[in-house]
Write a protein that binds this ligand. Structure first.
Ligand SMILES: [Zn+2]
Length: 282
């Protein structure tokens, strides 16, 4: 079977699968049902154009999943396949979807972003075609590519109070200029080429705040599909130095005790999960 026939064949198999979960995106928004779920139906509940490519995703709780980007937004209240549809931003979908659905929606968005940005080969400019569910190959020079993920660190820095009392311990919180809202977050930044995550941690903290840290301990990670990241969360301890904020990135920042925290980030962020872990410590 040639590759075109093969891709048509796999498309037909997808379209005939019963109870497919459809992760449908229009720009940055995802299509949901009126009950706040990913639409589930035999066929795609939105009309597709010939160039709207369907990508297969891993199963979710035994249900096959597909994702596709559409050109025109779904009008709120559209009824299709017995479901009333609307679309919301991926961030906002966190508050409607189950954690598993939200995570898969993030993966779907990353696959669609990757597909849209790799239509042509970076080496020779030839057209790229799907080689597997998660790879493409150049039709001219054979160059193979896979989706890439941009790792970033985020760190909760704690400072023991001179009193030594737990309730007087402080954490460093900063307000980044690109935050949408009045809240304070944690120091964070992207990994650079040739760096370990630990190198990145010390460099970012020094660049953004001018302080030294020690005893960094990994705590948790989180996919961050905006558009294609991975947040890696640490706890660390203050070692030395005075705070000198990097004014191009941060508008304000300082040390805060448990009982005088500023507004903190929303529940969906890893920053919030790290702060909650610290707050929950005995
Ligand atoms: Zn090429």
């Amino acid at each position: 079977m040639n590759s075109r026939a093969k891709s048509l064949h796999s498309k037909l198999i997808i379209l005939n699968s019963p109870h497919m979960l459809w992760f449908i995106f229009c720009k940055e928004e995802v299509v949901l049902t009126e009950t706040g779920h990913i639409p589930c139906s035999d066929k795609c509940p939105v009309d597709l154009l010939p160039w709207n490519t369907i990508h297969q995703l891993p199963d979710l709780d035994g249900e096959p999943c597909s994702t596709v980007r559409i050109d025109s937004p779904v009008t709120p209240g559209t009824v299709s396949e017995g479901m009333t549809l609307h679309q919301v931003g991926l961030r906002a979908s966190y508050f409607e979807l189950s954690p598993e659905e939200y995570k898969m929606a993030g993966k779907a968005q990353e696959i669609l972003y990757w597909d849209a940005n790799t239509q042509f080969c970076g080496v020779c400019g030839g057209p790229m075609e799907k080689d597997s569910d998660i790879s493409k190959k150049c039709t001219c020079c054979g160059k193979q590519i896979w989706p890439s993920v941009a790792p970033a660190i985020i760190v909760l820095i704690r400072r023991q109070a001179p009193s030594g009392r737990k309730e007087d311990e402080e954490i460093l919180m900063v307000r980044a200029r690109n935050f949408r809202g009045d809240y304070y977050g944690l120091v964070a930044g992207f990994l650079e080429t040739g760096e370990s995550l630990e190198d990145c941690l010390h460099r970012e903290v020094m660049e953004e705040t001018g302080i030294r840290i020690k005893n960094a301990v990994y705590k948790a990670s989180q996919p961050w599909p905006y558009p294609s990241g991975l947040m890696v969360g640490y706890f660390a301890e203050y070692e030395s130095g005075e705070i000198h904020l990097q004014k191009s990135e941060l508008s304000s920042g300082g040390w805060f005790r448990r009982d005088n925290l500023p507004e903190i980030p929303g529940k969906m962020s890893l920053a919030r999960q790290l702060i909650d872990m610290w707050l929950a410590e005995e």
